[in-house]
Write a protein that binds this ligand. Structure first.
Ligand code: THU
Length: 263
């Protein structure tokens, strides 16, 4: 068994760097988390707040859902820039298929020997999503990465940014339904963690529901994180339906008076 001192140091430093991407205009409390994968690759996540506080995505949830979206569940450790909260420990411990141990109060590991952390990987897809139809196609195929033991209802999302990044999101479920993250929120929190910039298009495919449409929680998050984007909903026998984010939640809560911190 390794002592994990080096990993605590290196991964702790990377998690602290990831924290710098946090979107925390309400609390100012930045937090980062990183996942170490079996080949030494590292993925990052950060805290992403929302005016409706309970829709805030924690750093751990952010990075965990990113790993699912890109099909990299060869996770061997996760580190946080902060001491694990009770809620984060509970999040990890409730996953019955993983046997976590906690060598320190900011590191959780799945194996006795860890690879050396080598390089950060970008959770991006290649492809052409310049047309709604090709965006829908990619969203549909991304949905195969969804982790849906609770609902068996996979959703795929592809977010495109102004600078041409193509970022996947899938719904990632958890025995605690409050910690389930939808495909759309998964992709949007990845955009924040990696500082990919302004979002132009959000393609969504609810593969088992031809009439599927983003839930209220995702609409609230889109309004805050991607206010100028267009949303395209996959439809089986017709072209995707498009609409501006600004039309999805008329009169939405802005939380303008709650903002205390510059991010
Ligand atoms: N879900 C999404 O991922 N996006 C939506 O727009 C609608 C709902 C997920 C959440 C949950 O994992 C499952 O679908 C059933 O609600």
């Amino acid at each position: 068994m390794q002592s994990f001192h080096t990993h605590t140091d290196i991964l702790g430093r990377l998690a602290a760097q990831a924290a710098l991407s946090s979107y925390v205009p309400y609390s100012g409390k930045k937090q980062g988390a990183v996942l170490l994968l079996e080949d030494g690759s590292v993925l990052q996540g950060c805290r992403v707040e929302n005016a409706s506080y309970q829709l805030t995505i924690g750093a751990l949830d952010n990075v965990w859902s990113t790993a699912h979206a890109i099909g990299r569940m060869d996770v061997c450790a996760v580190a946080s820039s902060e001491t694990w909260s009770k809620a984060d420990r509970a999040f990890l411990e409730a996953m019955s298929s993983f046997g976590w141990t906690f060598p320190t109060d900011s590191l959780a590991v799945l194996s006795e020997v860890l690879p050396e952390p080598l390089e950060s990987i970008q959770p991006l897809l290649q492809g052409d999503v310049s047309e709604p139809a090709t965006g829908a196609e990619l969203a549909r195929s991304s949905a195969s990465m969804a982790w849906v033991p609770e609902s068996d209802f996979p959703v795929g999302c592809i977010v495109r940014t102004e600078s041409g990044h193509i970022v996947p999101g899938v719904n990632v479920e958890h025995p605690d339904w409050h910690r389930i993250i939808c495909a759309e929120r998964n992709a949007l929190s990845t955009i924040v963690a990696y500082r990919y910039g302004a979002v132009t298009d959000i393609h969504v495919s609810c593969v088992k529901d031809p009439g599927g449409s983003p839930c209220g929680a995702c609409r609230q998050v889109m309004v805050e994180l991607a206010p100028n984007a267009s949303v395209w909903l996959d439809r089986p026998d017709s072209p995707p339906t498009g609409m501006p984010v600004s039309s999805l939640l008329p009169g939405s809560f802005t939380g303008r008076n709650l903002r205390r911190h510059v991010t």
